[in-house]
Each structure stands twice: as C-alpha cells, then as structure tokens.
Write a protein that binds this ligand. Structure first.
Ligand SMILES: [Zn+2]
Length: 154
C-alpha cells in the first residue's frame, strides 16, 4: 500500500518538475562571427522554429532567425567589436563585426526584449530545427506572430 502511495507521489513530483521547470530541455550552443572576435552562447529549446525571412536586409545577409528571450543569450566576448546598423524605424539594432562584417545576432524590431541569433553563425548545426518562411516583405502584417518567442518564465 505504501509502495503504491510512493509511486503515485513520485509520478506527481516528476510531472510537477517538468511543469515548473520549462528550461529542463534547453541545449546550449556557441557561435560567433567569422574572424572569432565576437563569441556568444545561446540556450535552445527542442525543435526550434527558425525563420527564413525575405525582407530587404535578411535576403542580403542570408540570416536564419533563432529568436530567444534575452535571458537565454550570453555574449562571451567581442562587445567592443560590434558595430550597429539601423535603418527605417531605427528600432532594430543590427550588429556586425567591425573586422569581418559578419552579423552573428541582433536585437530585432519584432522582439526588442529578446535576441535574434543567426543559426548560420553557430559552431554546430541544430539537428532538429524546423525552418519556416517568414514574409518580412509584409512585416507589419506578420511581426505579431513572433512576439511570443522572446517571452520566458525565467
Ligand atoms: Zn569578426
């Protein structure tokens, strides 16, 4: 009888742990610019949805978007090497390395409380990522669909 109670109890605890700790399955990836001056780490949830955007700047940079809450991003080195480029509303802060010109991450207009990491700048591929098209040419109509990506309970 006690065995059954304990069994139920541990099942309950296990469920509670998963529910209360949504970070349980995050995987940390490191990445950087081409010359190595800028380095960062990012914690990634399973099966992340990655946007392939067709807006004026993303088409030209080939940026693949992994948007995360700011708490899941750490700049490891190279802050002084980052140059900022702004255009249009000026809300987005497009960072690129002063030396090699690569844009490893930036602060997007859709998620100013988060960080948008360029999946192409990670040291290794995210095997289970799912790339979806994002129509950035009609940004005003679609940006709201990204807002939840920078929200986190941590
Ligand atoms: Zn660089």
């Amino acid at each position: 009888m006690y065995g059954k109670i304990l069994e139920n109890f541990s099942t309950t605890v296990a469920v509670m742990t998963i529910t209360m700790n949504p970070e349980h399955a995050l995987t940390t990836y490191e990445g950087g610019c081409h010359c190595g001056a800028v380095r960062f780490a990012v914690d990634v949830a399973p099966q992340p949805e990655i946007e392939d955007c067709n807006c004026s700047i993303c088409r030209k940079t080939g940026f693949l978007h992994l948007i995360v809450p700011r708490s899941r991003f750490r700049l490891l080195q190279g802050e002084a090497m980052l140059q900022t480029y702004r255009f249009n509303t000026g809300i987005a802060q497009h960072y690129f390395c002063k030396t090699c010109g690569i844009k490893p991450f930036y602060i997007p207009r859709s998620n100013p409380d988060g960080v948008d990491v360029n999946v192409r700048c990670l040291d290794r591929e995210i095997a289970d990522m799912q790339v979806v098209k994002f129509d950035g040419q009609h940004w005003e109509q679609h940006a709201h669909t990204l807002a939840h990506k920078s929200q986190s309970s941590d």
